[in-house]
Design a protein around this ligand. Structure first.
Ligand code: NI
Length: 259
C-alpha cells in the first residue's frame, strides 16, 4: 500500500473536511501517513492527529523559518516529545536561505541541536533544505554521520542526491516530479535506485499535475507513482511496493503497521 512519508494534515486548509478525508485514506490504498511538524504548534497538532488515527504517526521538529521560537525551554519540550510512542522522527529541520526568515547562524545552531536530539533519541530525521545545498551538506557530513532519514522535497542536483544516498539517506519525491519544468528532479529519480526513494505529498502544498495549484492530499500520490514508474520504466505496483518497504526502513517505529 501507499506510504505518505510527509504530510501536514494539521494545516488550516483541512479544517472543513479533515476527518472525512482521513477516514477515506485506507479505502484508497493509503496505509500510513507521517504528519510532519514544522512549528511548535505543528508538533503538538501532529501528535494529536497521531493519537486520533492509528495509521498516522508524527515527526516533530522546528523548520528553519521558525527557529526564532526555540529557546532552552521549548527545546526541552521538543526533546521530551520524542519519547511519545507515535513520534517516529525528528523534522522537518534544516536550512532555508530562500525565505531567509532567520539568520543563517541561528538556523545552523538549531539545525545542529535538533540533529543531536535525533542521535540521542535514536530517531531518523526529516531534512528541509532550500537554496542551502552546500551548508546543509557540510552540517550533515559533520553531525548526521550516524543518522538516517529523508531529504524532503529534494530540489538539488543528481550529484547531491548521490552524496546523500551514499550517506545512507533517502530522497523524498512528491508532486514536483510531475511538473513539466522539473527536468532536474526527473533526472534524480532516473539516476538513483528505487531502493532510496520514498513518496511524500507535503500536502496541502505541491499538488501534482493534473491538480497543480489545488489543495494536495495523499490521494494525489497516484500521479507521483505513475510518473516515477514511467521514468524508471517499471510498474506502478513496483513503485508502491518498494517505496513502502523503504519508508518502513526509515521509520522503524511504524513497522507494526506493515501490510
Ligand atoms: Ni513539509
Amino acid at each position: 500500500m501507499i506510504f505518505d512519508t510527509h504530510a501536514h494534515y494539521d494545516d488550516e486548509q483541512f479544517n472543513d473536511d479533515r476527518d472525512i478525508l482521513l477516514n477515506h485514506m485506507e479505502d484508497n490504498g493509503i496505509c500510513t501517513i507521517i504528519n510532519v511538524g514544522a512549528s511548535l504548534d505543528g508538533c503538538k497538532n501532529s501528535i494529536a492527529l497521531a493519537e486520533k488515527y492509528p495509521f498516522i504517526y508524527a515527526s516533530i521538529g522546528v523548520h528553519p523559518d521558525e527557529v526564532g521560537n526555540l529557546n532552552e525551554e521549548t527545546f526541552a519540550w521538543l526533546k521530551k516529545q520524542c519519547e511519545h510512542q507515535k513520534v517516529v522522527a525528528v523534522g522537518e529541520i534544516g536550512l532555508d536561505y530562500y525565505w531567509d526568515n532567520e539568520s543563517h547562524d541561528l538556523q545552523k545552531k538549531w539545525f545542529i541541536a535538533q540533529l543531536n536530539i535525533a542521535k540521542e533519541k535514536n530517531l531518523p530525521v526529516v531534512i528541509h533544505s532550500r537554496e542551502a545545498a552546500q551548508d546543509t551538506l557540510e552540517i550533515m557530513k559533520e553531525y548526521a554521520k550516524d543518522l538516517t532519514g529523508i531529504i524532503h522535497c529534494f530540489s538539488y542536483s543528481v550529484e547531491m542526491a548521490k552524496e546523500y544516498v551514499k550517506m545512507g539517506f533517502y530522497i523524498g519525491i512528491g508532486g514536483v516530479v510531475t511538473f513539466k519544468n522539473s527536468k532536474k528532479l526527473k533526472d534524480v529519480v532516473s539516476e538513483i535506485p528505487l531502493e532510496r526513494i520514498v513518496l511524500e505529498t507535503d500536502c496541502p502544498y505541491l499538488s501534482p499535475v493534473p491538480n497543480r495549484g489545488k489543495r494536495n492530499s495523499s490521494l494525489n500520490l497516484t500521479y507521483v507513482i505513475e510518473e516515477i514508474a514511467s521514468i524508471k520504466d517499471i510498474s506502478p505496483e513496483e513503485v508502491i511496493r518498494q517505496t513502502e518497504l523503504n519508508a518502513y526502513t526509515v521509520y522503524p517505529k511504524c513497522r507494526k503497521n506493515i501490510s
